[in-house]
Ligand binder design. Structure first.
Ligand code: HEM
Length: 564
């Protein structure tokens, strides 16, 4: 230390003697440094794909090898505007078209190198490659502890253990089947609520609440009624607020993730909001875990019980358990509700298709009873409708969360370095006329098999339509999601004719948050098909109005549903 100080003094003394540090020299030096920096910034930026790609390739002298085509964007920040949009999937598709890079496009998000494909063959190469088994972790995901949950956990033993536990318990076909009773109860409550309200109402809040209650029951063993009656009302409201806030934070493009020099300033207040949310989530989930530990009675096992019973290497710390449980609530809630809203919107918009679903329900179920889950495998047209909606309105148009290259690799003949973020634009693939005939037409028939045809699977084997992703990190909740969506849609369709509301026609505009939702929530009128007796519910109850237009906070009168 002393030596360094003495050396510095000598250098300064010499420099002053040499007159190297005159004001003029310093100004020139700064100017030269600034000019050099500007030139380098422009050189990096001039590279196809923008500054992050230019920096990587020029520093490694990869000038001769074929670059991946892509937009340059702006110096320093690259193409942040592509992802900052609420229609990122549209913008990326348009940019790929413009650059002639539908197979593979490179772009820069600040310092982050990204690639995206709008082609099913290249999508398969990316998603099924072991190199892309990791995920880029956003600051918000770290702050919300999601790096310890399945979706953001780094590829490795911990992630594999979590997937195995979830597959053996939460997503096991037996477990999915055993939750049928709860799905039935929620479907019945939804029918009651829609039957009360009947005219010109929004479906979204009820669907989201139903979906949340369903996950709360499977994960935490908590049974809430959709009308929020009883002492749980505060807990439901608290939970909903926590989920909404987390959803908003994870769905935002955080500029600090890609421009590290911004991180200290937290310009979008994302770190600040995460730091306020985490203790609330911890308190909420810790309370439920403690109640499970204290409860020694015989009851149906939920996912908390499963995690608490794990022994040896599988045993999770409390904080890891909180992350895993919280993620499941999170992932399982909105995706399902968003998809059902799109399905209902399409059926309102296409009454001819709706009446074909009704005909099928009448044939398979008959009007004398409600739908049961065992009816669904007998149906052909309803699954085709659901697939067609997944094609035109995939809830994760960019497959929700991107993948990260663990090692250097080659994709579609191009060198892709480790640390590159990879995305699949499933929305663009499913609307590509080279992949689907009449891609913009809503035609469920395309999924109705003719004699001898193999049924089209949306579970990830065919990348022409893989709304749940594919490969190692494919969605583990896909069977649970499809079971829930099919049953609830069948129940809602069996009970009602779905018509547009008087004031709002169906608007198919989209907004991409964490999932891709209808920008203008669906508003409908329903007409009972099976003669529901809802007389004891009071059609104009104040509750009905409040629940369907704002968060529920009063106790409604929901009577038992009777068949006339
Ligand atoms: C319509 C409903 C759903 C859709 C469209 C959907 C879609 C997706 C997609 C596209 C991915 C990324 C896959 C990939 O990278 O290849 C994903 C991952 C995931 N999903 Fe789903 N999902 C749905 C429902 C659910 C449900 C109900 C759950 C759980 C309760 C769930 C839990 C997860 C988890 C934990 C991951 C991360 C997997 C990993 O990284 O290993 N999802 N989902």
């Amino acid at each position: 230390m002393v030596r360094t100080d003495i050396e510095s003094v000598w250098i300064l003394a010499l420099a002053s003697k040499c007159r190297a540090f005159t004001e003029e020299n310093t100004a020139w030096s700064l100017l030269i440094i600034a000019a050099a920096w500007l030139v380098m910034t422009l050189i990096y930026w001039a590279h196809p794909g923008g500054p992050a790609w230019g920096k990587y390739r020029l520093k490694r002298f990869l000038i001769a090898s074929k670059p991946i085509p892509g937009p340059r964007g702006l110096p320093l920040i690259g193409s942040m505007e592509l992802m900052a949009s609420s229609l990122a999937h549209h913008r990326i598709a348009a940019a790929a078209e413009t650059c002639g890079a539908k197979r593979l496009m490179a772009f820069s998000l600040g310092n982050t190198r990204a690639i995206v494909t709008c082609n099913p063959d290249v999508a398969r190469e990316i998603l099924n490659s072991s190199v892309f088994a990791d995920r880029p972790v956003k600051e918000s995901a770290y702050s919300l502890m999601f790096n310890r949950a399945i979706g953001f956990a780094p590829y490795g033993i911990y992630w594999r253990t979590l997937r195995r536990i979830a597959a053996n318990h939460l997503f096991h076909p037996k477990q999915i089947k055993s939750a049928e009773v709860q799905r039935q109860a929620i479907a019945s409550q939804m029918v009651d609520i829609f039957g009360v309200y009947r005219q010109n109402f929004r479906v979204r809040d009820v669907l989201k609440r139903g979906s949340l209650n369903n996950m709360m029951c499977s994960i935490f063993g908590r049974k809430y009624r959709l009308d929020s009656t009883g002492c749980n009302i505060n807990e439901v409201e608290e939970l909903k607020a926590l989920v909404d806030e987390g959803y908003d934070l994870l769905g935002k493009l955080n500029w600090s993730d890609h421009l590290q020099w911004l991180a200290d300033f937290d310009p979008q207040k994302i770190r600040f909001r995460c730091s306020r949310l985490v203790p609330k989530v911890n308190r909420f989930v810790t309370r439920i875990i403690a109640e499970h530990r204290a409860d020694t009675s015989e009851k149906t096992r939920d996912f908390v019980d499963v995690l608490l019973s794990l022994q040896g290497a599988d045993n999770l710390s409390d904080s890891d358990m909180i992350a895993v449980l919280w993620e499941m609530i999170f992932r399982g809630t909105d995706t399902v509700a968003v998809l059902i809203e799109w399905i209902l919107a399409r059926l309102v918009l296409h009454p001819d298709i709706q009446s074909r679903v009704h005909d099928e329900l009448d044939k398979v179920v008959g009007r004398s009873r409600a739908v049961e889950e065992s009816d669904i495998p007998e149906m052909v047209y309803l699954p085709a409708v659901i697939k067609e909606v997944l094609r035109l309105h995939p809830p994760g148009p960019l497959l929700s969360w991107a993948r990260l290259a663990i090692n250097d690799t080659d994709i579609d003949g191009h060198h892709v370095p480790a640390g590159t973020t990879a995305m699949v634009n499933m929305w663009a693939i499913t609307r590509d006329p080279d992949v689907w005939a009449d891609p913009l037409e809503f035609m469920p028939e395309r999924f109705v098999n003719k004699e001898g045809d193999v049924e089209f699977s949306v579970l990830g084997s065919d990348l022409k339509l893989a709304p749940f992703g594919s490969g190692r990190r494919t969605c583990p909740g896909k069977n649970l999601a499809l079971t829930t969506v099919s049953f609830w849609v069948a129940s809602l369709l069996h009970e009602f004719d779905w018509l547009p509301s008087d004031s709002n026609s169906v608007d198919l505009s989209e907004v991409l948050r964490l999932s891709c939702e209808m920008a203008n929530p669906l508003s409908v009128t329903v007409r009972p098909r099976r003669g529901l007796d809802l007389s004891n519910c009071g059609k104009s109850s104040a509750w009905g109005t409040r629940f369907l237009h704002s968060p529920a906070n009063t106790s409604p009168c929901i009577g038992p549903r009777k068949l006339l």
